[in-house]
Design a protein. Structure first.
Length: 392
């Protein structure tokens, strides 16, 4: 159901791309957006006790800006940076309400997405009076397509997988003079993906402040990876804010799309791509190519890498939605629940004590988990949580 490896490439090196100073500028931009407020940090104290650890904290992103996922943080910051550059102003001077009056005509932004990133770009484009065209891979959930269209964007579902959809979006953008806002990078396309990952630092900065208010510091941080854009941005901030070697970071991904896991295993330091259908209920994580912008911080500061089956994520969804008495429920989709599912599965595994010792989990451990999406696919959510689909 899962496998975990220790990161042999770990150095503890921080990244100059992801720092508290940069995060302050990012946060100021987000605070200018109508409806901004920190998302909740939920303590699952009773579940933690059952699993033999001190505490579990869930950063609940199911209602960020009234949407159903965290991704808008990256898309909004990247669009603001692009528009600020277009207007030749600094990002701290950027005014969301005035930007459309300063342009002769709206710009067209495009992206490829499994759902949440495209929703974020579409929402941010609408907020700033711009246009958005979103490409989605084959098999895209109808609910995600409809959500993007409802935000005023055009949505095109392709007949290829996620990584090929990224390539198609890039080619189409170049042909039409559109601005590509993609959360993965390649040679010659690094700046915008960097901005997107920096946008995710707001989520991490909020969590650190919320933990501080509880006089808590995490001993473990569990992050999920698709291309690694969120995991890298959040991990980079936490390393800078909390210090190297103050916590163990565990980065998880679907077993069918384990490009980060395989890259960590590569003895020659190469990024390893995974090809094929990449079929997983964790649609937002079903990516076969690692983001080279965030790979260095993942390589240097992740303690352990894990790959898991869909059943583990589904178990996390059920536990979060049906908590122990006294704990608060959290509505979490497959990509958001992967790590709570993994933590629980480790705790009930026949070799649980050996695994906990390996990971440094004990009665003094406080685990920080990011539930990055809510029920973005309501039909699938009900089938999993109500009907028990993908049971352990």
């Amino acid at each position: 159901m899962f496998s975990i490896i220790q990161n042999e490439q770990y150095t503890g090196q921080s990244s100059p791309l992801f720092t508290k100073t940069i995060a302050q500028d990012v946060g100021l931009l987000h605070q200018k957006i109508d409806g901004y407020k920190p998302t909740p940090l939920v303590s699952l104290k009773n579940l933690a006790a059952k699993l033999g650890i001190k505490n579990i904290f869930i950063k609940d992103e199911s209602n960020r800006f009234g949407l159903n996922a965290f991704k808008v943080l990256g898309g909004s910051y990247a669009l603001a940076k692009l528009l600020a550059d277009k207007l030749n102003i600094e990002i701290d001077q950027f005014d969301l309400q005035q930007v459309q009056t300063l342009l002769k005509e709206p710009l067209t932004f495009t992206t490829a997405t499994a759902g949440n990133h495209g929703t974020g770009v579409a929402w941010a484009a609408r907020q700033m009076g711009q246009k958005a065209i979103v490409f989605m891979p084959k098999g895209a959930a109808e609910s995600s397509v409809n959500r993007i269209k409802a935000l005023g964007a055009e949505c095109i579902v392709t007949d290829v997988n996620y990584d090929d959809t990224v390539r198609l979006a890039n080619q189409t953008a170049q042909s039409n003079g559109w601005l590509l806002v993609q959360d993965t990078a390649w040679d010659g396309y690094e700046e915008i993906p960097t901005w997107i990952s920096q946008g995710y630092m707001t989520m991490a900065a909020e969590a650190v402040e919320q933990l501080s208010a509880e006089s808590e510091k995490p001993t473990h941080v569990m992050l999920q990876a698709g291309v690694g854009a969120m995991a890298g941005g959040v991990l980079g901030y936490l390393v800078d804010a909390l210090g190297t070697n103050t916590f163990n970071a565990i980065v998880s991904e679907p077993v069918v799309a384990d490009c980060v896991y395989r890259s960590a295993q590569d003895q020659n330091g190469n990024l390893v791509a995974v090809e094929g259908e990449l079929d997983s209920i964790m649609a937002g994580l079903a990516c076969g190519e690692v983001n080279p912008v965030t790979w260095p911080i993942l390589r240097d500061s992740t303690s352990f890498f894990a790959r898991v089956t869909d059943s583990i994520s589904a178990t996390g969804m059920r536990i979060l939605g049906n908590p122990l008495k006294g704990d608060q429920s959290v509505v979490s989709g497959p990509s958001g629940a992967i790590n709570l599912g993994l933590l629980y599965t480790i705790s009930i595994h026949p070799n649980s004590q050996m695994l906990k010792t390996q990971l440094g989990l004990d009665e003094n451990s406080s685990v920080l988990i990011f539930s990055t999406e809510g029920d973005t696919n309501p039909e699938l959510y009900r089938k999993i949580v109500w009907e028990g689909m993908y049971s352990l």
